[in-house]
Design a protein around this ligand. Structure first.
Ligand SMILES: NC(=O)C1=CN([C@@H]2O[C@H](COP(=O)(O)OP(=O)(O)OC[C@H]3O[C@@H](n4cnc5c(N)ncnc54)[C@H](OP(=O)(O)O)[C@@H]3O)[C@@H](O)[C@H]2O)[C@@H](O)CC1
Ligand SMILES: Nc1ncnc2c1ncn2[C@@H]1O[C@H](COP(=O)(O)OP(=O)(O)O)[C@@H](O)[C@H]1O
Ligand SMILES: [K+]
Length: 471
């Protein structure tokens, strides 16, 4: 897992470490790591550091201090370094002295040309949108300059990834000690570029993880693999309640996801049986025993009773998606014994929360936590960075795979079936949701390969995604 910690947790670890080290040691480590990444970028872009034009945007706190000390290192290697303060009265004094001693200069405005801009305006001490003085500097970043953000791009909230107003968009973010949730969650995640983690010696063992991004090995460890003693029932039968006369395709796609998700068998319940069987003759039709239900894709309206019937089976895991989420009763969900996984997109999440879709999109982490808390169930919030929150609080998972090409009709139906198969195999709600999102995102990338993709192709690419994770 790639783990991210809240600002509060990072600050506590920093305090503990600082108490044991000489003053300034942590900032020196941070600045050394930052300068090394800057030098690497300059060497790659123009062959050498000597003679490069480097601009430091310097905020009033320690984030600015990091930038100044790193700038001093680059100046000692022959770069022309100009520091532009947000407030000339408030610059890290030690950092400023170091930069001046190394031959760097201070200017009141951002030079028109630069090879590299170092964003040291705000780090984990930034609150709310950028104030006008900071926003004015960000607007003046010269076109064509590589942008390195110090700790995080200024204007991105470190704990939530929220971006209120203008913010820096970086090519590389050099973050210190630990990932912050805002670097991995949109809209912030879209601003960070490549993230480089600099070890400054923080000890976060045992600290509460705020957000975690599974990697190949984590997902491989979750995926069920049949053994000599397996039979189709032990592998898990998935019941799919999906599709309608108007939307028969949703049933076909959810079934495709379930079959490709390793279900021993899929049982289809609904009015689209002909369409399902035409595509997948291996499907069983009609009610019977299942190890998990997937309810909702393409149901249309007026089918609440079928959703209620699945949820009433409190010992069987249930995934509720799409139309099934309409009017979902929190009391019923909370009362269930087996896993429940809700898989809304931003619009569906907004309807459940009674807020505007934009509110969910701007604060995805808060929205998914709030929903999971209200329903006491795992919630997978789809979108550019898919998040999966546990019902009982704790670390939220963020999916690191995926591609915007997945924003195509029916791809969510495939995801539902896939996650349902993993629930049927015995995974809990968060594990099933995050493993499914991971495979689905990989399959989307494989199927798209930089060109438009349709949902059936995502389902067809799932075996390749599965193999690549297990390799
Ligand atoms: N601690 C450590 O051990 C280490 C920390 N390290 C580094 O320190 C960074 C944290 O430094 P920090 O705490 O000084 O906060 P920082 O992010 O520089 O900003 C605070 C200043 O900004 C201001 N301000 C706030 N919001 C604003 C806004 N929206 N728009 C404009 N201004 C705003 C606020 O001003 P005020 O509200 O007081 O007017 C305050 O003065 C961390 O990210 C990392 O880079 C590394 O060296 C490794 C060791
Ligand atoms: N911008 C995006 N970047 C990456 N993935 C996206 C983006 N937008 C949507 N997706 C993914 O595409 C799928 C769309 O699902 P959904 O909205 O339910 O569509 P449908 O109901 O048509 O199947 C989800 O897996 C979602 O995470
Ligand atoms: K910054």
């Amino acid at each position: 897992m790639r783990t991210a910690y809240s600002v509060e947790t990072v600050r506590a670890a920093e305090r503990e470490l600082m108490a044991r080290l000489p003053e300034g040691a942590l900032m020196a480590r941070a600045a050394a790591g930052l300068a090394a990444v800057c030098a690497e970028l300059l060497a790659r872009g123009r062959g050498r550091v000597y003679g490069a034009r480097v601009v430091l945007l310097v905020g009033p706190g320690d984030n600015g201090g990091d930038a100044l000390y790193a700038g001093a290192r680059l100046a000692r290697r022959g770069a022309g370094v100009t520091a532009v303060p947000m407030d000339p009265e408030r610059m890290h004094p030690g950092g400023l002295a170091a930069l001046r001693a190394a031959g760097g200069r201070v200017a009141a405005s951002v030079p028109g040309r630069a090879d590299l801009v170092v964003d040291g305006l705000l780090g984990i001490g930034g609150r709310g949108g950028l104030r006008p003085a900071a926003a004015a500097l960000v607007e003046r970043i010269p076109a064509g300059a590589a942008v390195v953000a110090v700790d995080l791009p200024s204007g991105v909230d470190a704990d939530t990834g929220e971006v209120a107003g203008p913010a820096v968009t970086a090519d590389v973010t050099v973050t210190f000690g630990a990932y912050k949730p805002g670097l991995l969650t949109d809209p912030g995640a879209s601003r960070v570029g490549a993230v480089r983690l600099v070890d400054i010696g923080l000890d976060l063992d045992g600290a509460a993880v705020a957000l975690e991004a599974p990697q190949h090995a984590d997902v491989a460890a979750l995926l069920p693999v049949p053994t000599a003693s397996s039979d189709k029932y032990r592998r898990g039968v998935v019941g799919v309640v999906a599709g309608s006369e108007q939307y028969p395709g949703a049933a076909v796609l959810a079934v495709a996801g379930a079959l490709r998700g390793g279900a021993g068998a899929v049982r289809y319940v609904g009015p689209a049986a002909d369409a399902v069987l035409a595509r997948f003759p291996e499907v069983l039709v009609g009610r019977g025993r299942v190890q998990a239900w997937v309810v909702g894709p393409g149901l249309g309206s007026g089918r609440e009773a079928e959703v209620g019937r699945a949820l009433a089976d409190t010992d069987v895991p249930v995934l509720v998606d799409a139309d099934g989420l309409r009017g979902l009763d929190a009391g019923v969900v909370r009362g269930r014994r087996a896993a429940t996984l809700l898989t809304p997109h931003a619009g569906e999440a907004a309807a459940l929360l009674g807020v505007a879709r934009e509110t969910v999109e701007a604060g995805r982490l808060a929205a998914v936590r709030e929903l999971a808390g209200r329903y006491g169930a795992a919630v997978l919030l789809k979108g550019s960075t898919t998040l999966v929150a546990p019902g009982g609080g704790g670390a939220v998972r963020v999916n690191p795979t995926g591609t915007p090409w997945l924003a195509t009709a029916g791809s969510g139906d495939v995801l539902s079936g896939l996650a349902g198969a993993l629930l049927a195999a015995g995974l809990g709600g968060v594990d099933a949701g995050s493993a499914a999102a991971y495979l689905h995102g990989l399959a989307g990338r494989f199927a798209a390969g930089g060109a438009p993709v349709v949902a059936q192709e995502v389902a067809a690419a799932l075996p390749r995604a599965w193999r690549s994770v297990r390799d």
